[in-house]
Design a binder for this molecule. Structure first.
Ligand SMILES: C[S@@+](CC[C@H](N)C(=O)[O-])C[C@H]1O[C@@H](n2cnc3c(N)ncnc32)[C@H](O)[C@@H]1O
Length: 265
């Protein structure tokens, strides 16, 4: 049995939608948005897994045409209410038939949304990104890092002196333990990736983890040229930096043209 419905259910939860609403840009995002500004300013931009619109708040002003999608109706409904007149669709990265081939100059899939999918669906998603992106266009996304030293954990009860605070901690701990017990069966280690029920959202997500070298290989297999990797703190690691301290990594890749070369942008 797959776990797609579990991750999807988590992202439909009203509380989570609210939680994602006012988060700021991450440092890595600021770094690559400054560096690659010519790739999206006044261009056609697709923002995948937009959530409650964290990146929409910025990208919609800079793009010529800005479109955002998310497979959670809760997220897209919220995003549409928040940004009047926005082109925001409830749509899954695995099937973006709503869009033409090569419709976009720049595609973003921020904050690890791609990691909600199991391996075959991830490849399906990458192929769809490739299809809707122009030759020479840029794809930036983040993914959990299998080399991160703390990627596996078990729920731990925290302590507080204040009884009310302690009560809240116990309640949360119980929820963490319940989710962990339910979701750990989906964990597996493959040669090139791991599926891990990590601590995010009280252990309610099942997440794809891959190391930097393998992710670069996976991109090349789908005719993208990996260009750069950023760690969580916004350092550019080139393609081979030490990344054990970074729970996820941002990848910048260019879509190769028909002849296997990066078209002149
Ligand atoms: C961690 S949240 C990040 C949301 C937003 N990008 C942000 O940074 O605040 C990941 C988002 O990806 C979306 N997502 C996951 N799998 C998806 C898929 N297959 N197609 C479209 N969206 C997806 C989820 O619904 C969720 O809103």
């Amino acid at each position: 049995m797959g776990y797609d419905h579990i991750n999807r259910g988590t992202y439909e939860r009203k509380r989570l939608v609210e939680r994602y609403t006012y988060l700021p840009l991450q440092i890595a995002e600021v770094m690559f948005l400054v560096k690659y500004r010519d790739e999206y300013v006044d261009k056609n931009v697709l923002d995948i897994g937009c959530g409650a619109g964290r990146t929409t708040a910025y990208m919609r002003h800079w793009a010529k045409d800005y479109t955002c999608i998310d497979y959670s109706e809760g997220m897209t409904d919220h995003c549409k209410r928040r940004f009047d007149g926005i082109r925001c669709l409830c749509c899954d990265v695995r099937d973006m038939s709503a869009f033409r081939d090569q419709e976009f100059d720049f595609v973003l899939f921020a904050n690890n949304g791609l990691d909600s999918l199991d391996h075959d669906d991830r490849i399906k998603g990458l192929l769809e990104v490739r299809r809707v992106l122009k030759d020479g266009g840029i794809f930036i996304f983040s993914s959990h890092n299998r080399s991160y030293r703390h990627c596996r954990s078990e729920p731990k009860l925290e302590f507080a002196l204040d009884p009310a605070a302690m009560f809240r901690k116990v309640t949360l701990h119980r929820r963490r333990c319940r989710n962990r017990q339910k979701n750990r069966i989906f964990e597996r280690d493959e040669e090139k990736f791991s599926i891990i029920n990590d601590s995010s959202h009280l252990y309610s997500l099942i997440t794809y983890y891959v190391d930097q070298r393998t992710q670069a290989e996976q991109l090349r297999e789908q005719d993208f040229e990996p260009m750069e990797v950023y760690d969580w703190a916004g350092n550019s690691l080139g393609l081979h930096g030490d990344d054990q301290e970074s729970s996820w990594l941002y990848y910048v890749a260019r879509k190769l043209g028909q002849n296997g070369r990066a078209a002149t942008p």
